[in-house]
Design a protein around this ligand. Sequence first.
Ligand SMILES: [Zn+2]
Length: 279
Amino acid sequence: MVFWAPAIAAGISNVFPEVFHALCARHFLGNLKSVSKRVKSYEWHYWKMYKAYRKSDFDHHYGILARHIPDSARTLTTVEFNRWSRHHADRVRYAYLTSNSAESMNALSVHARKLPITMLLKFFRASVQQWFWEHRNTADGLTTPVTPYAECKLGKRNPKSISWTVKPISQVKFEVLDMKKGGKVNLQDKTCTCKQWQFSGIPCGHVMAVARYFVLRNVTTHVQKYFHTETYKSAYMEDINPLDHISEWIDPGHLQTVLPPLVTKRQSGRPKSTARIPS
Ligand SMILES: [Zn+2]
């Protein structure tokens, strides 16, 4: 079984040299399940391993899989860890571990994909126009410095850290005791040894405990700019305009006429379904 397509990764690095190629956690799990039915019993450990921020957490859950479903664990090693594990990723993946957004686009355009290319482009343009309008309205209604997503994450992490103890090391470095593995926060480097702050872009409980130690410091200042409300607003600032009617287009006089491809012979058999091949 092929677990990933190196040709796709090569194509992506050619066209988009600045981005990295990673696997969708859900599809990867689906492929593993097709190899062994026993994977289902260890799904919780799979997700813990995939999402782990700390290497020690990754190793712990990988070790459990290796002990109980060794064949599947070995299969995991056929794909480089940096292509799937959040801890090992070459770039920050934040919470983006699946291809759900691409699947949403697939679901949205399932009928439009059968249209001629010009109508398909019109469909996507109209969809983007609507999204920009809706998101801009949402953004205009926000009164918090960070997005609702970041607010929600902070709200969940905050209560957990209330009883944690902060021990200063220097003006910018702090040790935080949490009854588990603890964390060392560096406010200058914007890092914590639990890795959650730098890998998710949103302060971990250790950073929140340090912010509380300083009483007046607002923890939202430690949220990466990608989750700021101002960033959200600026992402949808532009208008997406429709084209005028074709009769009102201005012909610059040097456009090339694109002819349809020559169809020489119809292929035998039933036409191939346009549905995507399942994972
Ligand atoms: Zn931390």
